[in-house]
Design a protein around this ligand. Structure first.
Ligand code: FAD
Ligand code: SF4
Ligand code: SF4
Ligand code: SF4
Length: 383
């Protein structure tokens, strides 16, 4: 019987899923089993749309369709928490299996704290996350730095500190550090992110720590909840999933890689926050002075959207129709988000005026989190 804290190598028993999966297809096999066995009524996962820069969230109720969602899309800059809330709201008793990154999980926890989602109705299969790349920047980076036609690329991945592409005629890798020094690479919020192994989910799955003959063909799974343990045991018993105990050397390597990634995240926090602090009000004033008040930052933030109407409305100092808005429009939002910003980057990603909003909100929250309780994601909700 699996228990919280146990670690396995896992892979799909089905040959097709094994082949289609990113690292042995364990997540696809688990989602398929959860749906087939009735543990969930639907699965929310991500599949490739028009090309590999187009990550499309999709709700599936037919287990046979789950393999369409196998594989990792690193140029998908999605946040799934709002979609989960919409699904649960419109399917009142349904239970949903979701593949989540750390930021997706944290977004759901913030919604759960506000009684906006019921975590008991969710089965969260977490993926470790080294970061994601904006689709537009990915295309530009591949054309300019790799000197490869982005449309000829059929596979991309971030591995061993490199962004790697496979394309018609070859493959190339460039160090992420070098790319990021030149303004390419992962989104700026991802560089500062510390949710590398999503232990708030039911299972945390990734390729770090899979060594030896299983490297590339199995996923490292850490059991993070009783629900996760139950799913794993049942899927193995039903013959959907195969597992081995994780190699002790692999466990050690995984710990070291996670530590190195956390160190890198802290390095970027220091760099970004110190640069901001040197002219805090000047930078915020200049950048938000371009705001056209489209409300995208409010509607796409997992913490703001439940109170979107209040934040969009008039106040003593904010009047509708005023563009750029009175600075209080932004201060009100920063105040609202101050103890809850999960640094998912959606506000910044989707701002039509390219205002670095996540940097501001994340800086405010990190300052607060260093001093006050409860810490983000810890209480009153805990997994
Ligand atoms: P599969 O069976 O292939 O299933 C993959 C699942 O991920 C599917 O459910 C699919 O819909 C979902 N998915 C694909 N793209 C996204 C997305 N953008 N957002 C949410 N869900 C998505 N592992 C590490 O150990 N280190 C890393 O640095 C790392 N970075 C990652 C970054 C991203 C953006 C993603 C999506 C995954 C990352 N992983 C990382 C996890 C790893 O790539 C595999 O997903 C994991 O090992 C499971 O492999 P699998 O064969 O079992 O998954
Ligand atoms: Fe991954 Fe963190 Fe970026 Fe989310 S914010 S995509 S968890 S690196
Ligand atoms: Fe202003 Fe950008 Fe927010 Fe739109 S998304 S309201 S332009 S800050
Ligand atoms: Fe995400 Fe921006 Fe909201 Fe923070 S303020 S949680 S980065 S959308």
């Amino acid at each position: 019987m699996a228990a919280i804290g146990d670690m396995f190598y896992a892979w799909a028993a089905d040959a097709d899923v094994l082949k289609k999966g990113e690292c042995g297809g364990a997540i696809t096999a688990l989602q398929q089993y959860a749906l087939k066995s009735g543990m969930v009524d639907a699965v929310l996962a991500v599949r490739k749309g028009a090309d590999l820069y187009d990550a499309v969230p999709t709700v599936i109720t037919d287990p046979a369709e789950i393999p369409q969602t196998a594989g990792s899309l690193h140029c998908g800059t999605l946040l799934l928490s709002k979609l989960v809330k919409d699904y649960l709201d419109s399917n009142k008793t349904a239970r949903l299996g979701v593949t989540v990154k750390g930021c997706d999980t944290m977004g759901l926890i913030e919604l759960a704290k506000r009684n906006a989602v019921d975590m008991d109705r969710l089965l969260l299969l977490g993926v470790n996350c080294g970061g994601s790349v904006s689709p537009i920047l990915a295309r530009k980076m591949i054309a300019e730095k790799f000197e490869v036609d982005p449309d000829s690329v059929h596979k991309e991945e971030i591995d061993k500190g490199q962004f790697i592409i496979e394309y018609e005629g070859g493959h190339k890798g460039i160090k992420i550090d070098d790319l990021e020094d030149e303004g390419y690479g992962r989104r700026s919020n991802c560089r500062r992110c510390l949710y590398k192994v999503p232990r708030q989910a039911d299972l945390a799955c990734g390729n770090w720590g899979v060594i030896g003959e299983k490297a590339g063909n199995a996923t490292f799974v850490e059991v993070c909840s009783e629900k996760g343990a139950k799913l794993l045991d049942a899927a193995v018993k039903a013959g959907a999933l195969k597992t081995d105990a994780a190699n002790p050397k692999g466990i050690e390597i995984r710990g070291k890689v996670e530590g190195a990634m956390l160190g890198l995240g802290n390095k970027w926090r220091k760099k970004n926050f110190e640069a901001l602090a040197s002219d805090l009000w000047g930078t915020i004033g200049r950048e938000t002075g371009r705001c056209i008040k489209c409300y995208s930052c409010i509607e796409n933030c997992p913490v703001c959207f439940p109170v979107a109407e209040e934040l969009k409305g008039n106040s003593r100092m904010v009047t509708s129709g005023e563009v750029p808005p009175n600075p209080m429009f932004h201060l009100r939002r920063f105040a609202h988000i101050s103890d809850s910003c999960i640094n998912c980057g959606q506000c910044e990603e989707l701002c039509p005026m390219d205002i670095p909003l996540a940097l501001f909100s994340h800086a405010v929250r990190t300052e607060g989190d260093s001093a006050f309780e409860p810490k983000l994601g810890k209480a009153p909700y805990s997994n």
